[in-house]
Design a protein around this ligand. Sequence first.
Ligand SMILES: Nc1ncnc2c1ncn2[C@@H]1O[C@H](COP(=O)(O)OP(=O)(O)OP(=O)(O)O)[C@@H](O)[C@H]1O
Ligand SMILES: [Mg+2]
Length: 250
Amino acid sequence: MPSSRPSNYLLNVEGLTVSFDGFKAVDDLTFYVDEEEIRVIIGPNGAGKTTVLDLICGRTRASAGQVWFKDHELTALKEHQIVHAGVGRKFQNPTIYEDLTVFENLEISYPAGRSVFGALTFRKTKAILERIEEIAETVFLADVLHEPSGLLSHGQKQWLEIGMLLIQDPELLMLDEPVAGMSPSERKKTAALLQTITKGRSVLVIEHDMGFVEDIAHKVTVLHQGRILAEGSMDEIKADPRVVEVYLGH
Ligand SMILES: Nc1ncnc2c1ncn2[C@@H]1O[C@H](COP(=O)(O)OP(=O)(O)OP(=O)(O)O)[C@@H](O)[C@H]1O
Ligand SMILES: [Mg+2]
């Protein structure tokens, strides 16, 4: 068992396994994500993709294996410690506060807002205001900054949630089906967004929209029945007959 960071990759997943009542949803998974890489995980429904994110962010406990993120072995940490170590995770459905404005949602996500003064009462320093405005600009919400977020479109809510993660400046950002329910133009903008946020950060994305995957992926990992079926560039994956058979052909 390695006792320290085993390589120069940002994320090292080694032998990761989880069984639910004897069923191995993720089975001896090993993969590595580079610094500033956009990695996409694809695969059929039930392949174990969401479970992989659940394991990395500590929501689900691994049965075996290790996840090294920088100098942290994540399977030994609790969910909030993993967030603190620099891993942000977006779930399949947006989890924003609909009664609060876009600004307030970003404000309560600002790390100091919670740790020092409590959720909504911390002093708004100029630096914090500027950071909120900058993030709102990045996620295309600058012109709706003071709208209640319940009034946003589904796509805008997804962007707000990405903004709420970005404001914590994670070094690894994990997104589960970020463009589900988005219009074609929103998908294009989201692809552009992901390209702009990889400075000093890696992104691990699950997606079914192959056009979107093609736009963003540096490398693709194909999951099937909890195991890696194939891994490589988008072109390599598309040309792999096993991937076509279990996934792309459908
Ligand atoms: N907590 C759990 N308890 C029992 N079984 C689970 C649990 N979480 C996931 N599973 C099972 O593990 C398998 C993988 O599920 P997972 O949600 O990871 O698939 P997925 O690849 O994300 O699929 P989709 O593309 O439909 O989102 C499924 O058979 C699912 O029913
Ligand atoms: Mg899923």
